[in-house]
Every structure is written in structure tokens, then in C-alpha cells.
Design a protein around this ligand. Sequence first.
Ligand code: PLP
Length: 445
Amino acid sequence: MVEPLRMLTREQRQRCMEEAGYNTFLLRSADVYIDLLTDSGTSAMSDRQWAGLMLGDEAYAGSRNFYNLEAAMREVYGYKHLIPTHQGRAAEHMISQLLIKKGDSVPGNMYFTTTRLHQELAGGTFVDVIIDEAHDPQSLHPFKGDVDLAKFQKLIDERGAEKIPYICIATAVNMCGGQPISVANLKEVYELAHRHGILVVHDMTRCVENAYMVKDHEPGYADRTITEIVREICSYTDIATMSSKKDHLVNIGGFLAVNDDELANKARNMVVVYEGLHTYGGMSGRDMEALAIGIRECVEYEHIKARVGQVQYLGKKLDDEGIPIVKPVGTHGVFLDAKRFLPHIDQDLFPAQALAAELYVDSGVRSMERGNVSAGRGPDGKHRRPALELVRLTIPRRVYTQAHMDVVAESVLEVYDNREQVKGLEFTYEPEYLRFFQARFKPVE
Ligand SMILES: Cc1ncc(COP(=O)(O)O)c(C=O)c1O
């Protein structure tokens, strides 16, 4: 299938950006030339997945596609129970409501926007226990997704294990650049957590990408298959939330996976309240079939090598030109370091948001802010000013060619050469939740 691409003039793009309130989420996709907003739900499905759509069993209950999906999940990840959801945040909502009590602390290897919000809505407080290197865009640590065990132990000592229902472990940590966690570190986290009766919840949205990095970089894993590594990662966790819109190569879908029978029953009872029956959970039968096929395709070595390889290609190109990016390059996108790119803009004037807007005006390339806007306000009402002020150039799977990556790199270089002209932004509308999605801004004069 081919899609027409539309190239607007710079003046037209300037007008589109003003109408979108300097927020790339508010642009119309028809006005975008190369869309690197997100890798979520933007993959191209394979011939086998499209064929699977024709096999949808749209029975309300007990669809055969559900059982295919359950079998694929068990085969690749090894969790016992599957509770389907329409996407990842529905699984986050359920597990947060089921396990977190008011006043609890929920440690994790860096926050993720929707994950943290659901923890907070359930009465918990997120505590960052990732290693310090993760917050430094220039640190070359190969496993920046690792947990600092001393930070985790300190939290247990201070709060008591009974106030920590679980630790949330993301694989290929999104907010610090798609950085992997090592299997060795995860195993230690699991052992420490279990010694204190704390569960391990796995945000496995990009677990397969993490497994690829383990195979490439962690001693002892070079000869293991991707599926073997994925299975080992999952074996050190108790529960998983999944946004299938990433690794699984589908446009919609997700699930909660758990090993405990009683918890599974509670989650099945909850899914009927919020999503749909426990054998479809917000997906149609055909969606579940495409997803079951995607789960098996995404662990094929040739696929994951090409996928991460394309991200590395763009990263190397930008790095070779001296563009400040997060290093090492991660798995799902290249992240521009807006603090070094636009040092003249204070973080409370949202340099990453301004940079994403400027990149679109320059070339029609759409990216996303992952900095002070995404981080939101802390309990004191102030912007959180995270150490990482980034623009994410996220690569959809199986969609673009290296030639598209060359166009992106050219545009980033062009904006870099004219960076002094970029101005900071201020809010004209700030939503209460997940403000980055719908906020509007204007340039500061
Ligand atoms: C790491 C991570 N966790 C959770 C989610 C939430 O998933 P969804 O967008 O499917 O609700 C996302 C998606 O953006 C993600 O990247």
C-alpha cells in the first residue's frame, strides 16, 4: 500500500503551527510530510497481519481470535493469564487501581506519563530509582534503564515494604531515550523486591527492542534468540502491562498479563467494567488476530535488527554532524538534547516544545516534546524541570526508508544552523492531565 505525501510551503507550515498552538499533537496529519511524532500505533502491518484481519471471529464471547492471542502471548512472554485491553493505559489503570492504596510509594526506572498519572490517580506517589546516568544525555552507559539498587533499598528502608505494592520496570525506557535495562540488573531487582514481598510490574511496551540490545551488548547473550531473552526478562517479573501499538506492530491493542490466579480474576472482573468482556477487552476479533500474528513477527531477528538499525542510522548521522543527541542511541527514536541545542531558552520557556515546532516549520517533519511540558507540574504546583529536555524523533516500524531519514537529518541540521532565532514559548492553555497532548502555546517576545 502507498500513501500520498503532501509537501506544504514554509508559509503554510508556519500558519498550521500557529493554528496548532505550537503543539505538534494538534497538527492535522495531512499537513505533515514525515511523521515522527510517535511509534505508537503507526507501524505498517505485514501481509500476514492483513490476512489475519479477514479471519476475525466477531462473537461477543469466546472469540477464537482471543484464544490465538492468548496462545501467542504465552508462547513468547510466558505469563499465565491474559486480560485484553484496547491499549496500554487501560492495563495501567486496572493494575494501579487493583494494587495501589492511598499513601503508597511506587518506585520505577523513570516515570512514564500515563503510567505515573494512573499511579497518582490511585493514590500513590511515583519514586524514581533509575541510575543517575539515565538523566545524563551524554553518559555512554550501555544500560541506562538499570535500577539503582541502593535507591530502591533506601526507599524500602524509609517507607517500609508494606507501603510499596510493586516496582514498575520499563524495558527500553521511553523517557530517557529508549534505553535498555540489563537482564543481570533486572534479576537483582526481582530478588530484592521478592525478599521484601514487593511485586515487579513490567511495562513491556518495548520489551523486544530491549531484548535486541541485550543480545547486542550484554555479556553472555550473543548466542541467545530474541524470544529466549524476552522469556528470561519476563521470568523476573510478576505482572505486565502492554501497549501492543509499539513492539507488536498493530495500530491498536494491548493487555494486562499476570501470573497470580486471584489477581487475574480481579482484573477480569474489572475489565468488564471499563473495557469489554474478558475475551475481547476493547478489541475486535480481527484486531486480536492481527495482534497474535504481530507478537510472533516482532521477535523475528531480521525484523528487530532492521528496526533498531534504522534508528541507529539516523542517530549516527546526526551525531556525526555534531548535533546534540541522547547517547547511546536507543531503540525507538533519536532524542535531540534541547538544552544543548537551544541553550539561550530557559527551561520554563519550553525549549524542546519550541524546537519540535521549529522543525515542523522548517520541513514538515513532525516530532514530539519529551521535557518540561511532558513532565508536568509537581505537588508544589511548579513545572518539574526534568534533567532531560528532549525532542523525540520517533521512528514508526516498517514505514520509512533510509532516504526519509536523510531528509530528517538535513532538516535538523538546517534548524541547528539557525538555532539562535528560535524563541521560547508560554502556555495559552494548560490542561489538567497529561498536558503535553492538548496544551497550546505562543512564542515569547
Ligand atoms: C513506555 C510506555 N508505557 C505505556 C504506554 C501507554 O500505552 P498506550 O498509549 O497504548 O495507552 C506507552 C505509550 O505511549 C509507553 O510508551
